[in-house]
Ligand binder design. Structure first.
Ligand code: SAH
Length: 349
């Protein structure tokens, strides 16, 4: 194997310059060998198990205006919705019957759901489903709020850093958002005791080998429990509507690198990966991913949480989705399990 990849596998760390060199030379790397290695490493940690997370997209209101995102506040072409606590619980009931042991509550940054409202929803889910983990993905809040939600029973938090390069971060986000506060939120989450997920968009506009090297280097030092990456997909109502999408090959390449970097991380084969190629999620799993996040949102709102164009599974019934995935994953030699699937990396507290 390529000497830098060899080093990565042995020491799980590269210098920033080495990351950049590796990424600049990505076309020269034998992908079959890389994916085989990543798969072997994952089989040593999590075996052939694929964990499911039931995704509940409970609000598409957002106070932010991220230039890539279809639910940004300036998009006037989407119908906004919010789910009630009972509607959210109904999604969990459906998911629990289908064997899901993790529910992911995701939304835009919608402060209608204040600290207490979310705490109440978390408590109700944990009371009815004590065997399940609750993951939050609600964006940036203050540390006190993160602590309150943790005390209410939330187990995990997903907050992608999006890009670890300050200047690049500014090109993707409105002026009121900055990388420092994103990273501070990630530190707060970790210090609170959550299993924390971060990640970046592959092929986002203005991304370069140097910014990607910073992404990998940041992940190497932060050591998240979970890492979510997916290709950039333009959304037709955003300023980035005409930008080039990220590629399947690049996304698989980074999934595999992340698996070699953090053998014990939970890495999803994301919906965005399944959107750019019909077999994208299967290929993601073969390249080292071990999590799938099917949609549990009610059918009537699914086509409104449009972060990007042509998102898959906006019409499927949740049950069909589950059965279909079970078959697809079985065919490629892995096993979907009804387990919580906690990270092997210990939490801070
Ligand atoms: N408000 C929450 C959830 C954001 S949506 C938060 O701030 O964390 C989840 C993820 O979708 C984002 O973190 C972003 O990385 C991704 N995303 C948004 N728009 C996208 C696009 N056009 N293409 C690919 N990924 C996108």
């Amino acid at each position: 194997m390529e000497p830098l990849l060899d080093r990565l596998q042995k020491s799980h760390a590269l210098s920033l310059d080495e990351w950049e060199a590796l990424i600049r030379n990505k076309e020269k790397i034998d992908r079959e060998v890389l994916y085989r290695e990543a798969d072997r490493v994952r089989r040593k940690t999590y075996g052939d198990k694929i964990f499911l997370r039931g995704l509940i997209e409970f609000s598409n209101y957002c106070k932010n205006d991220c230039l890539y995102c279809g639910i940004r506040r300036s998009n006037e072409n989407i119908e906004r919705y919010r789910l009630s606590k009972n509607e959210i619980l109904n999604c969990c009931r459906l998911g629990h019957n289908l064997g899901y042991k993790t529910f992911v509550l995701q939304s835009g940054e919608d402060f209608y759901y204040d600290t207490d409202k979310i705490s109440d929803i978390i408590r109700s889910i944990k009371k009815e489903f004590p065997d399940c983990a609750v993951t939050l993905s609600l964006g940036e809040r203050d540390k006190k709020t993160y602590e309150a939600w943790f005390d209410a029973g939330a187990d995990r938090y997903l907050l992608r850093h999006e890009t670890a390069d300050k200047a690049h971060y500014r090109k993707l986000h409105p002026p009121e958002l900055g990388l420092d506060s994103r990273l501070k939120a990630l530190e707060d989450l970790k210090a609170t005791g959550y299993q924390v997920g971060t990640g970046f968009i592959v092929g986002s506009p203005y991304q370069e080998a140097s910014t990607l090297a910073k992404d990998l280097y940041f992940i190497q030092s932060f050591r998240p429990h979970m890492i979510g990456i997916g290709p950039f997909i333009p959304q037709s109502d955003t300023p980035f509507r005409n930008k080039e999408p990220g590629t399947l090959e690049d996304t698989l390449f980074f999934v595999a690198l992340l698996r070699l970097l953090l053998p014990e991380a939970l890495i999803p084969a994301t919906t965005a990966l399944g959107t750019i190629h019909p077999l994208g999620r299967e290929m993601g799993i073969k390249a080292g991913a071990n999590v799938l996040m099917p949609n549990l949102s009610p059918g009537e709102v699914r086509d409104k949480y449009l972060l990007y164009d042509n998102k898959i599974c906006t019409g499927d019934e949740a049950a069909e989705c589950r059965n279909c995935l079970e078959n697809r994953i079985g065919k490629i030699g892995y096993k979907i399990v009804n387990e919580r699937g906690d990270s092997l990396i210990p939490t801070t507290v």
